[in-house]
Design a protein around this ligand. Sequence first.
Ligand code: OGA
Ligand code: NI
Length: 328
Amino acid sequence: MPAGIYGSSWYNVQEVPSNYAFPEEDRPGQLPPVCHTLPIIDFGKAIDADLVNQIIKASQEYGFFQVINHGVSDDIIRDTADIFKEFFELPVKTSRNSRGRSNWAYASSTSFNRDGIHLWRENIKHPCHPLKECMQQWPENPARYREVVSTYLTEVRKFGNTILNLICKGIGLEVGYFDRFSEIGLLNVNSYPPCPDPSLTLGILRHHDPSLITILYQGNVPGLQVMKDEKWIAVGAMPNAFVVNIGNQLEIFSNGLLKSAEHRAVTNSSEARLSIAALISPSPDCIVEPAQALVTELNPARYKPTMYKEFVHCSRAFGDDTEAMQRA
Ligand code: OGA
Ligand code: NI
C-alpha cells in the first residue's frame, strides 16, 4: 500500500485502497442523517416509573437508547478515552507482557479479512471479570492503562446494574434478577481513523451483541448505525452520553419482549473516532433461557436454553458469521 502524503500509517492515504472497499451490496453508500427520534433518557431527573417506561419503550422499538447524566464522571471518561488513544498510537502493540501471561488481543485493520477485504479500524479487546485478577494481564503500556480502565469499568458496572434493574422492574422480573450471574464479560475498544471515502468502507460489520446489555461510549464523533424497520438509522453523538443497547442474551431472558437490534459502525472523512464498548454478559456457566416469570401458556418460551459459554462469544462483530441465538 502506498504510504500516502500524510505519514506512514495504513490510513494515511488519499484514496481508499481496493482491499478496504466492500462489495457494492455491503457498502454503506450515502450515510443517512442523524435520527432524532432515538430516545435520549435523562438520569439527572427522578428515577421513577416514567423513566422505566422510557427505557422499556426504547428497548422494544429500537433496542437502543442514549443516557445523559448517567453519573459516571466526565473526568473518568476523558481519562479512559485518552488512555485508549495513547494505546492505539503506540508503534508496537505487543500482547506479550514482561511478566506472566496476557489476556488481551489487538487487531490491526488487516486482522479482519473477509474475501480479502479489511475493516477500517483497529481494535483491542479483553475480558474484565473477575476484575482484580483479570487486570493483571491487561496491557502494561500505557503505564496507567490498568488503573484507569479498571476505574472506568467499576463505574460502568454500577451504571449497568442500575439499567438492568430498571429493566427488571419494567418487564416484571424481580429487581436483582441479573445480579448473581452477570458481569462485564468483555471490553471491546475500536479506533476508526478518518477515511477518504466513508461510502466504501466499514468500521464494524453488521452484528448483534452477545451480551445482556452493552454500554458504549462514542465521544462526540458519530458512526454508529442501527437497523430499524429494515433501514439503517444513524445514532447522533452526544459528548459524555452512553449509548445502551440490548444484546441477544437479554432478548432471550425477556422472551422476546426486548429487542436486540442489529448495528454496525461506519467511518467518517474528517475525524478519528474512538468507541468503548463494555459488554455486560451472563457468566459462562449461566443457562440462558426465557425467565420463568415471562413464560405462560399464552406466551410460551420462544428460545431454547443454552449455556452461555457454549454460545458464540465472539459473534459477527468480530468477523465470525455464526448465527448464535437458538429459537425454540
Ligand atoms: C461493538 C459495537 C459500535 C461502534 O463494539 O460491539 O457495536 O460504534 N461498536 O463502535
Ligand atoms: Ni456491537
